[in-house]
Design a protein around this ligand. Structure first.
Ligand code: S3P
Length: 432
């Protein structure tokens, strides 16, 4: 588990950067392609540890996944009802998306599956998925009051039944698990979200010929006879990865970066809205559609940021970007107040505590609240040794904080492989 030292930037960030494939869309592309019965060629796939966990799980369930090169896959499924009983324990690694979505897909199957994962995933709550799937009739057994890994999915005598589920938290993973179970359930399956979360599952299901009724926060479907797989699936660039550069180029004076191929699905663009509210200079150019998702290039120019406030309604649209936004807030004039973000406590690590502890260590002035943060901007940063908690987004946020400040040594820095394996190479290229 290597440490990495990032020096404070000696010059502005200039040039272009192509943003790698979206993690959420990459997972879903392999999962749905594995339920089709014709080959799917997936391009711009994100070859990160999390997405490779999904590849491993789908292979164990009988799908043929050929890795043509780093970003290109060929997936051949066995049809909607063709998943095979796995001969091994399924390992979701660090990936909550793999585990939660696959629980939805496996709950209706006629075989037993057992899931494990890494130390972080063993701590994360799965009751939020087990509860609605249980209401559909699923039989899922876990550790510690049945909500944690290891988890066993036991087949049921009767097929699952569609339900209408009012979600207590806005979570795309919970929504997706229910909708995937709904592909095999009797009757209609409906989820109602408190606030809109990322809709990649719904969009991709439509791309596979499933009729999904989407009416504001209410999404429903009934089990199709089969999925009609597209021959080609193009994954858009990941705005969650772009976020680190949006922030770094905004706060390192005189920077000007062109981020190419960024997914701008409006359920994901909260970071753009918040950075603009802080005074960031972002131009969205060359807007186009790619694989059913909107993408664009984003030109970011450095500017003096100021504090802002945001809360529960926008959180699902930027939930993974809060560590990066917190870095922007440390370099802004005035205070940034984040509320309604209790979900951060159940991510790869408790990100409220992690941001508070590590960014304070760097010299930031931060208050941690039960469901948010107050960041007092402009305190000026120093060089420090900081811990990533083995959380990829913490490591990358620490890296850009060090880059814009006076440097940082990141302990357990390699975890960026979870979502952005080329992050440090890009950072080195831009700063050499
Ligand atoms: C994801 C949904 C989000 C996000 C995660 C990926 C997805 O989690 O934090 O990184 O692919 O559906 P929640 O939906 O649980 O907030």
């Amino acid at each position: 588990m290597g440490n990495r030292i990032i020096q404070g930037a000696k010059q502005p960030l200039k040039g272009e950067l192509t943003i790698p494939g979206d993690k959420s869309v990459s997972h879903r592309s392999v999962m749905l392609a594995a339920l089709g019965d014709t080959p799917v060629h997936i391009t711009n796939f994100l070859p990160s540890a999390d997405c490779l966990s999904t590849v491993g799980v789908m292979r164990a369930l009988g799908a043929k996944v050929d890795i043509i090169n780093d970003t290109e896959l060929m997936v051949q499924g066995n049809g909607l009802h063709g998943l095979k009983e796995p001969e091994t324990i399924l390992n979701a690694g660090n990936s909550g998306t793999t585990l939660r979505l696959m629980m939805g897909m496996l709950a209706p199957q006629s075989f037993v599956s057992v899931f494990t994962g890494d130390a972080s995933l063993h701590k994360r709550p799965m009751g939020r998925v087990i509860k609605p799937l249980g209401e559909m009739g699923a039989n899922i057994v876990g550790r510690a009051e049945n909500t944690k890994l290891p988890i066993t999915i036991v087949p049921t005598e009767e097929p699952l039944k569609g339900i209408t589920y009012v979600m207590p938290v806005a979570s795309a993973q919970v929504k997706s698990a229910i909708l995937l179970a709904g592909l095999f359930a009797e009757g209609e399956t409906t989820v109602i979200e408190p606030y809109p979360s990322r809709n990649h599952t719904e969009l991709m299901l439509e791309g596979f010929g499933v009729q999904v009724n989407r009416d504001e926060n209410r999404i429903s479907l009934t089990a199709p006879e089969k999925l009609i797989a597209p021959a080609e699936l193009i994954v858009p660039g990941d705005i969650s990865s772009a976020a680190f550069w949006l922030v770094a180029a905004s706060i390192i004076p005189d920077s000007e970066l062109l981020l190419k191929n960024v997914g701008i699905n409006e359920t994901r663009t909260g970071v753009i809205d918040v950075l603009r509210a802080m005074g960031a200079d972002l131009s969205i150019i060359n807007e186009r559609k790619s694989g059913g998702e909107p993408v664009a290039d984003i030109l970011v120019k450095a500017s003096q940021l100021h504090g802002t406030s945001f809360g529960a309604d926008i959180i699902p649209r930027l939930v993974d970007e809060i560590p990066a936004i917190a870095v922007a807030a440390m370099f802004a004039d005035g205070d940034t107040v984040i509320t309604g973000a209790g979900e951060l406590r159940v991510k790869e690590t408790d990100r409220i505590d992690a941001i508070y502890a590590q960014f304070s260590q760097l010299g930031g002035s931060i208050e941690a609240k039960e469901d948010g943060l107050i960041i007092h901007g402009g305190s000026g940063l120093n060089m420090a040794k900081c811990f990533s908690y083995d959380d990829h987004r913490m490591a990358m946020s620490l890296a850009i904080a060090g880059l814009a400040g006076k440097g940082v040594e990141i302990e357990q820095a390699d975890c960026v492989d979870i979502s952005y394996p080329t992050f440090y190479a890009e950072l080195d290229r831009l700063t050499k």
